[in-house]
Design a protein around this ligand. Structure first.
Ligand SMILES: [Zn+2]
Length: 390
């Protein structure tokens, strides 16, 4: 017997879009937040609580980077932007322990467009968000690293790692949306701002020179964060640039993309596909899935044959309107235990989970579990695994 329909639907509807920070093509159903809240700040406006950070900025002419910068300008002036090869901003395995959740918004108006004109952004977002799954994963200490050689211009630490869930939470980080972070000056007019680092994890100071790959701090959830991640804003001569496509955000989105234009190194570009969702995790659990708990606790423990129910579940990011989720569970003889298909999604979902189960215990043995995402009748993501139930 499957679960009562109501319980399943309650979960299906439970995503984190309600906060308004998540990407939805239409923003009419989320609270309107002033755009200024999205401006991530280590810049230090006068009167802002973090204004002192500006005072720590080192004038370029006094900087040890100055000689490097001059040399770099001479070298790079005749080559395209793609000469910049940025690494990932954290030490993690893309698509396995960390995932690209959101990209810059290339649409100057209220509509949202990620760099390839899809929905993997939200209104006014200037950066690229590399996430880990849950708050629990913060304890693993994923290093945030320099994406290129550079000089630390400004840095801030001390803010708590705490997910923003209410308007009250949001008000508390007003003016410090970036949380713990820093600004790196690279060569050729580029600057990178890092945000949301783990409290007390920063290991660099203003004025310090760093090399590509050097540890700067750790992934956290400080400032205006609704999931643990590191946000980077890339700018060149003061203009925000999308590092994936190499386009200025002011140039707007484009459905065509030349990998050679990317500021990221080719090995990173090869792993990114803005037209597809990601499966963050999937499995077999011994209780109904609690979507809100996923970002805190991470995936639920695997079911045992002693549990009196079992569910197949999947956790996804960047699903688009109309997508369909399929879940299947087969025993070792190939008999179908669960075969469940969701309704088409009513809108884009930055994060989403889906489960289906049986209200009795599961027999010990090996099972094949498969979760997939269909867009327009095409399977665009599939994940499967053999699981042993004791
Ligand atoms: Zn961000």
């Amino acid at each position: 017997m499957s679960f009562p329909k109501q319980a399943q639907e309650a979960n299906i509807g439970a995503d984190l879009v309600a906060e308004g920070r998540w990407p939805v093509k239409t923003v009419s159903d989320v609270p309107k937040v002033p755009r200024s809240n999205f401006v991530e700040h280590l810049k230090g406006r006068s009167g802002a609580p973090h204004g002192h950070l500006r005072g720590l900025e080192i004038p370029l002419r006094h900087s040890p980077l100055y000689a490097v910068s001059v040399g770099a300008v001479l070298l790079l002036s005749s080559v395209p932007l793609s000469a910049m090869e940025l690494g990932l901003p954290a030490q993690c395995e893309l698509g396995n322990s960390c995932f690209m959740q959101q990209y810059p918004d290339m649409n100057p108006g209220e509509e949202v467009a990620d760099p390839m004109c899809g929905g993997q952004s939200y209104d006014g977002h200037k950066g690229t968000d590399l996430r880990i799954r849950s708050i629990k994963d913060i304890e693993k200490g994923y290093a945030v690293v320099a994406v290129s050689d550079g000089e630390v211009l400004r840095a801030r630490d001390g803010a708590q790692d705490r997910l923003i869930e209410t308007e009250d939470d949001r008000a508390k980080v007003s003016g410090k949306e970036c949380g713990n972070g820093l600004v790196l000056r690279l060569s050729d007019g580029y600057e990178i701002q890092y945000c949301h680092l783990r409290q007390q994890s920063l290991v660099v100071k203003p004025g310090q020179m760093v090399r590509r790959g050097d540890k700067l701090g750790e992934i956290g959830a400080s400032g205006l964060a609704q999931f643990p991640h590191v946000h980077i804003t890339v700018s060149r001569n003061g203009e925000v640039v999308d590092p994936l496509t190499g386009r200025k955000t002011s140039e707007g989105c484009s459905t065509s993309f030349q990998a050679s234009d990317s500021l990221f190194s080719p090995s990173i570009v090869a792993k990114l596909d803005l037209t597809k969702p990601e499966v963050l995790a999937f499995g077999l659990a011994g209780k109904p899935l609690d979507h809100q708990a996923l970002v805190i606790e991470g995936p639920p423990p695997q079911v045992s044959s002693k549990d009196n129910l079992f569910v197949v579940w999947g956790w996804f990011i960047n699903l688009r309107k109309g997508s369909i989720i399929k879940l299947s569970l087969k025993d070792k003889d190939g008999n179908i235990v669960i075969d469940k298909t969701s309704d088409p999604l009513d809108r884009n979902k930055a994060t989403f989970s889906f489960f289906s189960g049986k209200r009795h215990s599961i027999s010990p043995g090996d099972y094949e579990i498969e979760v997939s995402v269909m867009n327009d009748s095409f399977m665009i993501r599939k994940a499967s695994s053999i699981m042993k139930i004791n």
